[in-house]
Every structure is written in structure tokens, then in C-alpha cells.
Design a protein around this ligand. Structure first.
Ligand code: APR
Length: 311
């Protein structure tokens, strides 16, 4: 493979991301984790599936960062997942320390790489990665909106009994219950959702989307979702590695866009070989703008607690 991707964290999300990257032959993959044997075992297992899955991507596992050198893309999934009863904010201090230490080790070995952050609480972890890497803002991006959008799309398709392929969803804001799904900009075969469903059904679908992560945590009991999160990461990775310039909802660093300053939060961005190549601004109603502002205030409270923790 010509491209190289490092995935830090060989747990549920990281290993599934590595599997999908290899099976789509998007890149060679270096899988890194602190647990001895885990990344090596998972990488070897994936490599042994290659003859049957018919791909020639190389997957290696390691406990140290030399294996990551020269990566085009680095995906950070290291950290704790949620357990039932936990909000993403409960992971703040622990995961911030992990993400900071990981970035300090991985970033200098791939100084031109793009970083996709997956660890929760997502928007705050993007700040940690941005500061620790000192990478320009276009090369630090967080995965949330693609996942929230996919949840929204799957619920819309079920509600209308149509193919998921006909659906497009638009989600703004932080990753969590303050997210702002926008039915006006969400469509089925190009038709706005507001033309297809009554307001109470739209509200039910939006509410289920907001709690989509918690619904899975409550079912699994031992951790959080990983198939859909991994799919979302790989859609972003593909757009970057192939320079497809897809417009996807991602956490990006805003400096005045949507009236928000110096904060990572979910907005539609154009993703290409330079990472976040453009932030797309759409017009919002007063209520939509207020909901986005509320979400931004919530994310900012996490970022401010991080500053007071002085990691
Ligand atoms: N360096 C490298 N790997 C680490 C470190 C570290 N400092 N600390 C923890 N890890 C590894 C763990 O050893 C574990 O294998 O991160 C992995 C996390 O995997 P899981 O516990 O299976 O969690 P997962 O479901 O993959 O979620 C990871 O993504 O979606 C988010 O909220 C989720 O923050 C969580 C992250």
C-alpha cells in the first residue's frame, strides 16, 4: 500500500477501524496499544484473514511508537469507553491524560500527518490533541457527526421504511445529548424530512439520535458502541486518503464560523488530502442557532475544566 495509517488503541473501535481500513485496501496499518500482546495479536489475526478477504494491506501491531513513523493519517481511539450510567464527561480527566501522552509520542514521528480523534468526550479531546501536537487546525479533526448522522439516517430509514441509501442527515454541535440534528437539512431522496414526517415523529427520531450512544452502552453493559463508530472513522479516512473532498459533519476548530470562536465542535466540513479543507456555513433559524450555541457552551465548559486541571 502507498498510504500508511496508525491507529492508537487496539480495543473495540481501534481494531474494527484497522479491519475495515485493511479490507478496503485504503492503507497499511500500524496498530498501537499499551497492553502487551494485544495490538500484535489483533494485527496478526487481521493479517491472517487477508488471503480470504483478498487484500494486500499490511497490518502490524506494536506497544511502542516507532512502528507509526511516517504515517499519513493517525487515528486516536486510546482511552476508556463509557459504562452504563456514565456520561461522556465522566471520561474527561482520564482520557485527556491518555490522549495528551499518546499525541506527544506519536505526532513528532509523523509531523505531516492528519489526526482523527475518536476518544471521548470527543470535542474536548480534539482540543487536547490540537494543543499537544501543535499541528495546524486543518490537520486535527474529530469523529462524531458522521456517527450521529448515521444513527439519525438509520432511524429515518426505519421510520419511513425506505433504503438507508436514500437518506442524508445533517447534525451540528458537540457529540452528546446537546447535539443539534437539523431535520430541515436532512433529506430522503432529496426531499426534506419535514415534508415526509409529522413533527412528533421527527422529534422522536431526533431524541433517539441524541441518546444513540447511551442506548448501546445500556445494552452492552461492558463498553460502548464500536461498529458504527469504526464505519464513521473509515468514511472520514477514505475521504482524506483518496482526497475525495466529501462534505461530512466533523468536529473542526472554529474561529468565528457560526459565531463560535476558538472551539472544536461539529460542523459540515470538506475533507480531503489536507484534512479540513473548508468549513461549510449554512443559514440557521434563531432556534437552531440557539441550540448550537447551547451545545458550544457545554463543550466549552469541558475545555475550561481541562485548563483548570493543568494536565
Ligand atoms: N496508549 C495506547 N493505548 C491505550 C492507552 C495509552 N496510553 N490507554 C488506553 N489504551 C487502550 C486500551 O488498552 C484499550 O485497548 O485503548 C483501548 C481502548 O479500547 P476499548 O476499551 O475497547 O474502548 P473502545 O470501545 O475502543 O473506545 C475507545 O473511543 O468511542 C470512543 O468513548 C470511546 O473513548 C472511547 C474510545
Amino acid at each position: 500500500m502507498q498510504k500508511k495509517v496508525t491507529v492508537v488503541g487496539a480495543g473495540n473501535v481501534g481494531a474494527t477501524v484497522a479491519q475495515r481500513l485493511a479490507e478496503k485496501e485504503l492503507a497499511d496499518v500500524a496498530l498501537i496499544d499499551i497492553v502487551e500482546g494485544l495490538p500484535q495479536g489483533r494485527a496478526l489475526d487481521l493479517q491472517e484473514a487477508a488471503p480470504i478477504e483478498k487484500h494486500d494491506a499490511r497490518v502490524i501491531g506494536a506497544n511502542t511508537y516507532e512502528a507509526s513513523e511516517g504515517s499519513d493519517l493517525i487515528i486516536i481511539t486510546a482511552g476508556l469507553p463509557r459504562k452504563p450510567g456514565m456520561g461522556r464527561g465522566d471520561l474527561l480527566a482520564t482520557n485527556a491524560k491518555i490522549v495528551k501522552s499518546v499525541i506527544e509520542q506519536v505526532a513528532p514521528l509523523s509531523s505531516n500527518a492528519i489526526l482523527i480523534i475518536v476518544t471521548n468526550p470527543l470535542d474536548a479531546m480534539c482540543h487536547v490533541a490540537f494543543q499537544a501536537s501543535k499541528f495546524p487546525k486543518n490537520r486535527v479533526v474529530g469523529m462524531a457527526g458522521v456517527l450521529d448522522g448515521a444513527r439519525f439516517r438509520s432511524f429515518i430509514a426505519a421510520e419511513l421504511n425506505v433504503s438507508v441509501e436514500n437518506t442524508h442527515a445533517f447534525v451540528l454541535g458537540g457529540h452528546g445529548r446537546t447535539m443539534v440534528p437539523l431535520p430541515r437539512y436532512s433529506t430522503v431522496a432529496g426531499i426534506p424530512l419535514t415534508e415526509l414526517l409529522p413533527p412528533d415523529r421527527i422529534e422522536a427520531v431526533v431524541e433517539r439520535t441524541r441518546w444513540g450512544g447511551a442506548e448501546i452502552v445500556d445494552l452492552l453493559k461492558t463498553g460502548s458502541a464500536y461498529y458504527a463508530p469504526a464505519s464513521a472513522v473509515v468514511e472520514m479516512a477514505e475521504s482524506i486518503l483518496k482526497d475525495k473532498k466529501k462534505i461530512l459533519p466533523c468536529a473542526a476548530y472554529l474561529q468565528g464560523e457560526y459565531g463560535i470562536h476558538d472551539l472544536f465542535i461539529g460542523v459540515p466540513v470538506k475533507l480531503g488530502k489536507n484534512g479540513v479543507e473548508e468549513i461549510i456555513e449554512v443559514s440557521l433559524t434563531k432556534d437552531e442557532h440557539a441550540a448550537l450555541q447551547k451545545s458550544a457552551d457545554f463543550v466549552r465548559s469541558f475545555v475550561e475544566s481541562l485548563i483548570s486541571m493543568d494536565l
